[in-house]
Each structure stands twice: as C-alpha cells, then as structure tokens.
Design a protein around this ligand. Structure first.
Ligand SMILES: CC(C)(COP(=O)(O)OP(=O)(O)OC[C@H]1O[C@@H](n2cnc3c(N)ncnc32)[C@H](O)[C@@H]1OP(=O)(O)O)[C@@H](O)C(=O)NCCC(=O)NCCS
Length: 179
C-alpha cells in the first residue's frame, strides 16, 4: 500500500507526483538549503525525476527511505524523509522546506504530523541527526519535544567537510508533546 495522505491545519502530506520534479530540483539546488544535506550538487532534473517516480510507487511502510511531499495550497513546498531501522521499530527523520515557505511553522506542522503517524503505526523511537550549526533544524526538533541526546564528534562528512553530529530523539511514550 502507498502512503496515505495526511491533512493538517494548513498542509497536505502526500506521496510525490511526477509533476513535482521541477520544484524539487529548484529547492535542492539552492545552496543554503543544501548546506547541511548530502544530496549531490548540482541536483539535476533527471535525479529529481527519478526520485519522485520511485516515491510515487514505493510502499509505505517499507525498509527504505521514503520522502513525503509537503503540499501547501496545492504547491509542493518541501518534504519529510523517513528511514526505518531496527526492523521498523525506530525511524530516522529528515526534512526540507523551500526557502520561500520558511518562518511560518510549516515544517514543524509537517514533522509533527509525520511523527504522530509513525507512533500510531507502532514505531517506538524517532530520531534525527544534524550538524550543530543547523540552528533552524535544532529549534524545530526542540519545539516538538525532541531531546538532545548527545554529540558525535566529526562523525559525518558533508560536502567534503567533517561535521559533528547532534542526535535528537523522542519516544512513543513521550508523545504527543504540547503544541
Ligand atoms: C530546517 C528547516 C525545515 C526549518 O524551517 P523553518 O521554517 O525555520 O521551520 P518552521 O517551518 O517550523 O518554522 C519555524 C519558524 O516559524 C515561526 N513560526 C511562525 N508561525 C509559527 C507557527 N504557527 N508554529 C511554529 N512556528 C511558527 C517560528 O517562530 C520559527 O521562526 P524562528 O526560527 O525565527 O523562531 C529549514 O531551515 C530548512 O529546510 N533547511 C534546509 C534543509 C535542512 O537543513 N534540513 C534539516 C536537516 S537536519
């Protein structure tokens, strides 16, 4: 079964569609958006087409990474990525918003809904890893009640540079957190 659409107050979280490729290409090529992310640069329209096509047909849940499209007023504004580990009992998340959509709480709203869905499906622990310099991302996780659990030193290589890796997590028993 494919990913079932989730509606929030302002958003629709849905599978990617083939006509999302151009917008995905645009925000993935934005230097500031890509700064802490590991996708290749330049990010070609062929890469975007391949990703959206794969996601349009991938089952949910599955043992691979799944990218969920964030749709606002009928337009793609970003995505939430979910990677299940430990036989599906844990999930790692990542998220990206196009620059024009930031500063309005839309990523927080999308991630909250995805994490709620994961816990509703029986996931025990959801976690994220990020460069400590990625302040906006850390703020989002703290806003949702994720706990900062530690820092691995120079544990990730991003764009040819060794970066520290801050780990944040929340357990099913700690969710939902206050809005
Ligand atoms: C990480 C990222 C998604 C955060 O985007 P964002 O727009 O700051 O996050 P939100 O959409 O949740 O918005 C939060 C901001 O909106 C404000 N806001 C306005 N209305 C809000 C509301 N209703 N609810 C929550 N926040 C609201 C918040 O105060 C906050 O602003 P602040 O940082 O100045 O305090 C974005 O910076 C991004 O895409 N970065 C590039 C990709 C990336 O690095 N991803 C993370 C990898 S680990």
């Amino acid at each position: 079964m494919g990913f079932q659409v989730i509606r929030t107050e302002r958003l629709m979280l849905r599978p990617f569609r083939t006509d999302d490729a151009d917008v995905l290409t645009r925000y993935r090529n934005d230097a500031e958006t890509a700064r802490y992310q590991s996708w290749p640069l330049p990010y070609t329209s062929e890469m975007a087409r391949r990703l959206v096509t794969e996601m349009a047909y991938l089952d949910w849940p599955n043992d691979d990474w799944y990218q969920i499209a964030i749709d606002h007023d009928g337009a793609l504004i970003g995505d939430v990525a979910v990677g299940r580990t430990h036989g599906g009992s844990m999930a790692e998340i990542g998220y990206t918003l196009a620059p024009s959509a930031r500063g309005a709480g839309l990523a927080t709203e999308a991630v909250r809904a995805v994490v709620s869905q994961l816990f509703a499906e029986g996931v025990h622990r959801v976690y994220a890893g990020l460069d400590p310099a990625n302040v906006a991302s850390a703020k989002l996780l703290r806003r949702l009640g994720f706990r900062h659990e530690g820092r691995f030193i120079q544990a990730e290589q991003v764009r040819g540079r060794w970066c520290d890796d801050d780990r944040f997590a929340v357990l099913a028993t700690e969710w939902p957190t206050p809005r």
